[in-house]
Design a protein around this ligand. Structure first.
Ligand code: HEC
Length: 131
């Protein structure tokens, strides 16, 4: 009887801890999700020129290590700000998409207007996160 009381208590405690951990991770997730959403016009630009190499199912490990567009909402705030800064910088410098890729698929290049939109968005989204 005594023994079963102890194990029942232990079980209840385990259950409680698991529940706590769950609540905790849900909280942090929803904060990131609530503050970070890619607007549709930006998503369309990213889909055309960037997503193919920077998503979890892409083939280039190098590109995936640097940026996963479909996982950005899972990043901590500080990493997200850094990723947005990197996007802004690469677009500003004309480094992305890579030239070799554009030689083969010239229609994937960012137009001047798209580059401008992408830079503006990345800058503003980073600023918003830091407010
Ligand atoms: C053809 C594949 C491909 C496409 C398309 C592409 N990238 Fe990349 N990207 C890469 C590769 C490969 C790297 C890693 C380069 C390296 O490590 O030298 C990279 C690196 C990056 C980095 C990290 C830069 C750094 O120095 O840390 C950013 C940010 C980035 N890409 C953003 C973009 C954006 C924004 C677009 C669309 C405008 C884009 N990429 C399109 C392949 C691609």
């Amino acid at each position: 009887m005594m023994l079963s009381m102890i194990s029942l208590t232990a079980f209840a405690f385990l259950l409680f801890s698991a529940f706590q951990a769950d609540v905790q991770s849900e909280k942090t997730m929803s904060v990131a999700e609530a503050t970070f959403e890619i607007p549709e016009d930006i998503q369309n630009i990213l889909d055309k020129s960037c997503f193919g190499c920077h998503n979890v199912d892409a083939t280039s490990d190098k590109a995936k290590k640097k940026l996963l567009i479909d996982q950005m909402h899972e990043l901590s705030k500080i990493k997200l700000v850094a990723a947005l800064g990197d996007i802004r910088e690469t677009v500003e410098n004309g480094d992305m998409p890579p030239q070799k890729f554009l030689d083969k698929f010239p229609d994937k290049a960012l137009t001047a207007e798209e580059a401008e939109k992408l830079k503006d968005w990345a800058g503003k989204a980073a600023d918003d996160l830091l407010k």
